[in-house]
Write a protein that binds this ligand. Structure first.
Ligand code: ADP
Ligand code: MG
Length: 239
């Protein structure tokens, strides 16, 4: 995945001021930065939930920002997990995992069920196939939301603070699932405040502030020995 010269303004509020970022196949990039720095907007521009004001986004061989491109087709290549899990409340876990496959990909009943089961196992929730979202903990709901993204066979997974809405004791299970995905070779871009996860799992950490990338590099460098004052200040406040 490759982002070049990405800009985004809401009215006269320039939220992204020229972002260049590559995420290689199988790479895990963690994005950190203060609230309001443009992290969510960056992710939302990458999967075209927001229309960029300028610049290009490329996933595989598809140029997402090409006006000729079929946005729905391209968006399927990108899985997104939000802070709020947004499961369908009125259908069970299996329904949450099969309906999008049937509606969006046109898969048949047997295939969508098989794919759902495989991915439910991947997030450690095989025993919850018939539970309704309200019967699950926040951490379990978020793992279902991850499985729901995975059933679409995405090339890239985007995570926007996936553990921020969870009680502290539930965070670990979700991070464990993400760690497993990373070890399976999934390409991932993760906005997070979990510095432990960033240190252990990220191939690269990107620090954003004021709509620009201030600093990027291996976690040991950006988190362990930041070069920029703004990065240092941000990390100190997290402690
Ligand atoms: P972060 O995720 O780093 O906290 P955001 O990308 O959510 O930052 O927001 C960056 C800035 O963009 C904020 O000033 C926010 O008010 C503004 N913003 C985000 N989304 C919208 C929107 N849909 N309309 C107007 N302003 C927005
Ligand atoms: Mg955000």
């Amino acid at each position: 995945m490759s982002v070049r010269g990405l800009t985004k303004a809401f009215g006269d509020n320039e939220v992204l001021r020229g972002i260049d970022l590559d995420v290689g196949r199988g790479e895990v990039v963690c994005v950190i930065g203060p609230s309001g720095s443009g992290k969510s907007t960056l992710l939302r521009c990458v999967n075209l939930l927001e229309e960029p004001s300028g610049g290009t986004v490329r996933v595989g061989d598809a140029e997402l920002t090409d006006p000729e491109v079929d946005i729905d087709r391209v968006r399927r290549r990108i899985g997104m997990v939000f802070q709020q899990f947004n499961l369908f409340p009125h259908v069970d876990v299996t329904g949450n995992l099969t309906l999008p496959q049937r509606r969006v990909l046109g898969r048949g009943k047997a295939e969508s069920l098989a794919v759902a089961r495989r991915n439910l196992e991947r997030v450690g929730l095989s025993d919850k196939a018939n539970a309704f979202p309200a019967q699950l903990s926040g951490g379990q709901q978020q793992r279902v939301a991850i499985a729901r993204a995975l059933v679409m066979d995405p090339e890239v997974m985007l995570f926007d603070e996936p553990t921020s809405a969870l009680d502290p004791e539930l965070v670990g299970d979700v991070l464990a699932v993400m760690r497993r995905l990373a070890s399976e070779g999934m390409t991932m871009m993760v906005v997070t405040h979990e510095m432990g996860f960033a240190r252990e799992v990220a191939d690269r950490v990107v620090f954003m502030d004021g709509g620009v990338i201030v600093e990027e590099g291996p976690a040991a460098q950006v988190v362990g020995a930041p070069r920029h004052e703004r990065t240092r200040t941000f990390l100190t406040r997290l402690l």
